[in-house]
Design a protein around this ligand. Structure first.
Ligand code: HEM
Length: 495
C-alpha cells in the first residue's frame, strides 16, 4: 500500500483535530462532579497527577472541593475526600466493585492466570476470604504459629541472643523476623520463607514501578524478584503434602479453588502471591513504625514496658498479646501510626450510575452528585488522615492522640451529631481489610521484643516516611535506616 506524505499528514491532522475537538467538548455531566481535564487530549492531567500526586490532589481539593473528576489517560478518576457524607455514602453503595478496580493490577502485577481473572469468581474468593478468616479458631492458629516462629527466631538459638549494644537497622530486623514468622504462620513450616525473603523484598521494594508501568530494564530487580517468588509459591501449591501442613485458613482457600475447578500451578501462584503482598507489604512497616516510635521516646517506652510487665504470663513465659492489643495506649499509638503512615487507597469501579450524597465544602449542606458507570472512584486515605481540620499537627506523631480524653483536642469533629468519620486505615464497606486483626496482633508481637531485649535509639529521630512517587501505594516504608542498639536482658520483663 502506498501513502504519499500529504495523505499521511492529512490523516494525522484529522485525528489530531478530532482529539483536540473531543477534548475541548469534554465537560462535566449534569449533576456530576467538577471535571478537571487539563490541556492535553487523552493524556488530560496525567503528567501532573503522576509526578506530583499529593500536592496536585491538595490543590484540586482547595479549588473544587471534596469531590472532583480527573480526566487522565482517557479515563475518569473520581476523587472523593468528604468525611461528612460522601465516603460513608460510597461505602454503603452496592453498585461499585473493588475487584473490577484491581483486576488489571491482579493480572499485570501479580500475574493472575486468565482462568481466575474473572470478576464474578474473584468476588466469590474475596467473600470466602473474609468468611474463612473471621473464624476465631483459624485466626488463633495463625497467631499461635506466627508467635512460635517469632519467638524461635529471636530466642536462645538466634543470632540476637548474644547481642550487647549491637547496632542494627530496626527496619531490616522487622522485615526479617516478621516476614519469616507471618509466612510460616500462614503457609506452615514447609513454606520456603527464608529462601524467598530476598526475592519477595526485591519485588516489594519496586512494586510502585510495576504500578507505574516502568519497562523491565528500569525495574530489573523487581521483575527478577517477582519471577523467583512466583516460582516458589507456585511450586509450593503443587505439593499437596506441603499444603496439608499449611494453616487451616490457607487450606480452606486452597479447597475453594479446587472446588471451583482451579488446580493449575499459575492459578494458585498469582492469587497467593497477591495475598502475600496484602499481608506483608502493609503489616510489616505498620509494625515497624509502632516499635520505632516507642523506642524513640524514652517516656513512652517506659510506659510500654510497664504494659508488657502487666501482661506477662508465667505459664507461657510470654505476654498476653491480645490483652496488650486492647490497652488504650497501645491502641492509640498504633492508630496514630496508621493515620500517619497508612498511605493506602480504596478504589472502586462504578458498575452503574450511582448518586452519592456529598458535602463539597464543610460550610455547605450535602447535595447529590451522580457518578457515571465505568468511572473509577478513589478515596486516598492521606487526604483525610492528614487533614488539619480534623487532626491538629497532622504530620506529627502524637502517641496519645487517639485516647478518649483527647477527643475534640487532638481529633476534632468526634461528636456523634457532627457525623464526621475521618479514620479509614482499613478502607470500608464490604471490602474493609479482612487482615486487620492479624495486622494488629503482628504489630504487638514485634513490640513484645522489648520484653526480651533492651532497644535504644542511635539515630536522633524516627526516619521520614518514603512518600513521593510511592504516594498511595500502601503503608510507607522509612526513607532511611533507623539505627538502634540492641542488648539481651538478663531476664525478660515481667518474669
Ligand atoms: C497495617 C496493615 C494493613 C493495612 C493498613 C491494610 C489496609 C487495607 C486496605 C486499605 C484495604 C482496601 C480496603 C478497601 O478497598 O476499602 C485492604 C484490603 C485487603 N487486605 Fe489489608 N491491610 C493490612 C494488613 C493486611 C493483612 C495482614 C492481610 C492478610 C492476610 C490483609 C489482607 C487484605 C485483603 C485480602 C484485602 C482485600 C479485601 C477484599 O478484596 O475485600 N491486609 N487492606
Amino acid at each position: 500500500m502506498m501513502f504519499n506524505i500529504e495523505t499521511l499528514a492529512g490523516v494525522v491532522g484529522i485525528i489530531l483535530a478530532g482529539a483536540i475537538g473531543y477534548h475541548v467538548l469534554l465537560s462535566a455531566p449534569v449533576n456530576g462532579p467538577p471535571l478537571v481535564k487539563g490541556y492535553f487530549p487523552f493524556l488530560g492531567v496525567g503528567l501532573t497527577f503522576a509526578f506530583d500526586t499529593e500536592k496536585y490532589l491538595e490543590r484540586c481539593r482547595r479549588k473544587f472541593g471534596t469531590i472532583f473528576d480527573l480526566y487522565l489517560g482517557g479515563q475518569n478518576l473520581i476523587i472523593l475526600s468528604d468525611p461528612i457524607a460522601g465516603i460513608q455514602s460510597l461505602f454503603k453503595t452496592r453498585a461499585v466493585s473493588l475487584i473490577g478496580f484491581v483486576i488489571y493490577i491482579d493480572k499485570t502485577v501479580f500475574a493472575y492466570s486468565d482462568a481466575i481473572a474473572n470478576v464474578d469468581y474473584l468476588e466469590g474468593v474475596a467473600k470466602t476470604f473474609v468468611n474463612r478468616l473471621t473464624n476465631t479458631e483459624r485466626l488463633q492458629q495463625i497467631n499461635n504459629w506466627t508467635t512460635n516462629v517469632f519467638r524461635d527466631l529471636t530466642g536462645q538459638r538466634s543470632e540476637y541472643w548474644n547481642f550487647k549494644d549491637q547496632e542494627i537497622n530496626l527496619f531490616d530486623f522487622t522485615r526479617w523476623t516478621l516476614y519469616i514468622s507471618t509466612m510460616e504462620g500462614l503457609f506452615g513450616p514447609e513454606f520456603p520463607a527464608k529462601e524467598t525473603f530476598d526475592s519477595y523484598m526485591n519485588f516489594e521494594d519496586n512494586i510502585f514501578k510495576f504500578i507505574r508501568k516502568y519497562p523491565p530494564f528500569m525495574n530489573w530487580k523487581g521483575y527478577t524478584g517477582r519471577k523467583r517468588y512466583l516460582n516458589a509459591i507456585s511450586d509450593f501449591f503443587m505439593d499437596q503434602k506441603k499444603v496439608a501442613n499449611s494453616s487451616m485458613f490457607v487450606q480452606a482457600m486452597y479447597e475453594y479453588f479446587v472446588e471451583h475447578g482451579f488446580k493449575a500451578r499459575e492459578d494458585f501462584g498469582g492469587y497467593f502471591f497477591s495475598i502475600t503482598v496484602a499481608a506483608e507489604s502493609n503489616a510489616l512497616p505498620g509494625a515497624f513504625w509502632l516499635l520505632a516510635h516507642v523506642v524513640a521516646d524514652t517516656k513512652l517506652k517506659a510506659k510500654v514496658e510497664e504494659i508488657l510487665i502487666k501482661h506477662y504470663d508465667p505459664e507461657t513465659q510470654f505476654y498476653d498479646l491480645h490483652a496488650i492489643v486492647a490497652e488504650p495506649l497501645i491502641h492509640s499509638c498504633f492508630s496514630e501510626c496508621l493515620r500517619l503512615y497508612a498511605n493506602a487507597l480504596s478504589g472502586r469501579l462504578v458498575q452503574k450510575d450511582i448518586t452519592l450524597s456529598v458535602v463539597q465544602k464543610p460550610s455547605e449542606s450535602p447535595h447529590n452528585v451522580i457518578v457515571r458507570e465505568g468511572s473509577q472512584l478513589l478515596v486516598f486515605q492521606n487526604m483525610i488522615h492528614w487533614d488539619e481540620e480534623v487532626f491538629p499537627y497532622p504530620r506529627t506523631f502524637i502517641a496519645e492522640r487517639f485516647l478518649e480524653e483527647n477527643k475534640e483536642v487532638l481529633i476534632k469533629h468526634t461528636d456523634k451529631t457532627d457525623n464526621w468519620k475521618s479514620f479509614y486505615p482499613w478502607g470500608g464497606g464490604g471490602h474493609t481489610c479482612p487482615g486487620r486483626h492479624l495486622a494488629r496482633y503482628e504489630a504487638v508481637l514485634l513490640l513484645s521484643i522489648l520484653g526480651q531485649y533492651d532497644i535504644v535509639a542511635v539515630d536522633e529521630s524516627v526516619p521520614q516516611p518514603s512518600v513521593g512517587v510511592r504516594y498511595s501505594s500502601g503503608v510507607c516504608k522509612p526513607e532511611t535506616p533507623y539505627r538502634v542498639k540492641m542488648s539481651r536482658r538478663d531476664k525478660c520483663l515481667g518474669s
